[in-house]
Design a protein around this ligand. Structure first.
Ligand code: PGA
Length: 252
């Protein structure tokens, strides 16, 4: 299983900063079996695709619209992303669910649109702080997984990346312990097994939520954690490179 280190830059970095970061990352040795993905904001995706040419770095967008085209002012379709060479797309991030009212049903349609265009969906799920405190996180994750992925056939499922991102850990400095992460990742794996035992073992399940160089080794070492979706620490070339190096140790 490959280990993925994906940087979600959110609404950070202008064109100069995006290009500077890519220039730094071009010098980083990407270990065998590690995949590096970065997700700049929409305006810089085309230039980012060109800037990573000849490297193993892949470019993701942070969102897309589920429709193919039409009167959806301000939106971007999966086909448009494909036309500029975007490889992956983060879908269902908790900030999209929370601030832009994205539903599991809309997220399911986005996943279908992305798969139609050969773009890898990075599907995010995760519980709120209240849900963790009420010990309902397993139910929440199960619902999110079933609603978003329930209708996919095995071939489609095999092309996904999943990210478990406990909302209470995102940007807060709080991290799930290695044991808390493994518990939910194992649940996600078991839900995937109900679709197909073999394919379930090939789907990377990333951890996200204040993942940094000082806690990544412990998190990535869990059997069902296959890397990280990184926010804050992905904005810094030094920290992100360190996370790539740590990911390389998992498979050795
Ligand atoms: P964080 O963000 O690493 O800053 O907590 C993770 C994410 O939102 O994907």
């Amino acid at each position: 299983m490959r280990t993925i280190v994906a940087g979600n830059w959110k609404m950070n970095k202008d064109r100069t900063a995006v290009m500077a970061m890519i220039a730094s990352l071009r010098n980083v040795t990407i270990p065998k079996d590690v995949e590096v993905i970065i997700a700049p904001a929409f305006p810089f995706l085309a230039q980012a695709v060109e800037a990573v040419e000849g490297t193993a770095i892949r470019i993701a967008s942070q969102n897309c619209h589920e429709a193919a085209s039409g009167a959806f002012t301000g939106e971007v379709s999966a086909g448009m992303l494909k036309s500029i060479g975007v490889n992956a797309c983060i879908v269902g991030h908790s900030e999209r669910r929370q601030f832009f009212n994205e539903t599991d049903a809309a997220i399911a349609s986005k996943i279908t649109a992305l798969l139609e265009h050969g773009i890898t969906p990075i599907y995010c799920c995760g519980e709120l702080k209240e849900e963790r405190l009420a010990n309902t996180h397993a139910e929440v994750i199960t619902r999110q997984m079933k609603t978003a992925l329930g209708a996919l056939d095995n071939e489609a499922l095999g092309r996904l990346v999943i990210a478990y991102e406990p909302v209470w850990a995102i940007g807060t400095g709080l991290t799930a312990t290695a044991a808390q992460a493994q518990e939910v990742h194992a649940l996600i794996r078991s839900l995937l097994r109900t679709h197909d035992e073999r394919i379930a073992e090939t789907i990377p399940v990333l951890y996200g939520g204040s993942c940094k160089p000082d806690n990544a080794a412990e998190l990535f070492a869990n059997p069902d954690v296959n890397g990280g979706l990184i926010g804050g620490a992905a904005l810094d070339a030094g920290q992100f490179s360190e996370l790539i190096r740590i990911a390389g140790k998992v498979n050795t």
